[in-house]
Design a protein around this ligand. Structure first.
Ligand SMILES: [Zn+2]
Length: 228
């Protein structure tokens, strides 16, 4: 019984609070010279602005660009950024077609989740910007994380709605068999004698001396994609 009275008093309090707040907001805008009928317009304009403003990205390019170029002199980071963007385009094309057969790993999971969420009506994907947001290298692994801001339209209840979105895309440095399968080798072992590599920069096997550069391509591959 006391509980019920408590709930009623609390609800009454909330209702009174709502009306006082609303009155204060209206008075505030009136003082600024807005007729109240424009209040809805203001709110709607704010929402349109939100649809037109690309998601912000925290660029760490100035910190990591030189480091990456020093560690990987043959890597062109601008090309890798374009690669990240084209992977994102591929993912959204798959979402649009509701066919994820050409994707694999985390990219496939990302696309499948979008399709389940009903985003397969997407169109007019446009990329705003791609920046480096993190870089990490030790002797076992090198990782570059890009952030990409982009927009697209989805059809919701017959209305085209613009969506601003952003993802983080992780690239890992790995060895790829030059000919045969083109599949990435994720654990680093000598293809000749099977002994593990101690360093991703090694150009020959420390055990049997087999030259690794001739056998492998060293590339960055996309390993993960996450919306944030
Ligand atoms: Zn070896």
């Amino acid at each position: 019984m006391y509980f019920l009275i408590g709930v009623i008093i609390f609800t009454l309090f909330l209702v009174v609070f709502y009306f006082i707040l609303k009155a204060k907001i209206i008075r505030f805008f009136q003082r600024l010279g807005f007729p109240i009928s424009q209040l809805d317009d203001i709110i709607r304009d704010a929402r349109l602005d939100e649809e037109d403003t690309p998601k912000s990205l925290a660029s760490m390019d100035s910190i990591y660009l030189k480091k990456i170029e020093k560690d990987f002199p043959s890597i062109e980071i601008s090309k890798l950024k374009r690669k990240a963007e084209s992977i994102l385009m591929d993912i959204y094309h798959s979402i649009e077609k509701s066919d994820v057969s050409n994707l694999n790993g985390k990219m496939k999971t990302f696309a499948e989740e979008e399709i389940i969420n009903g985003h397969n009506s997407i169109s007019d994907l446009k990329i705003h910007n791609t920046v480096i947001s993190n870089y990490n290298k030790n002797n076992k692994k090198a990782t570059i994380i890009f952030s990409i801001a982009y927009q697209y339209y989805i059809l919701k209840n017959g209305i085209k709605k613009k969506i601003q979105d952003r993802v983080r895309m992780e690239f890992i440095y790995t060895l790829e068999l030059e000919e045969k399968t083109k599949s990435p080798i994720l654990d680093f072992h000598c293809p000749n004698c099977g002994s593990p590599f101690h360093n991703i920069d090694d150009d020959s096997c420390s055990y049997c001396g087999c030259k690794l550069l001739k056998i492998f391509n060293r590339i960055f591959i996309c390993n993960n994609i996450v919306r944030y």
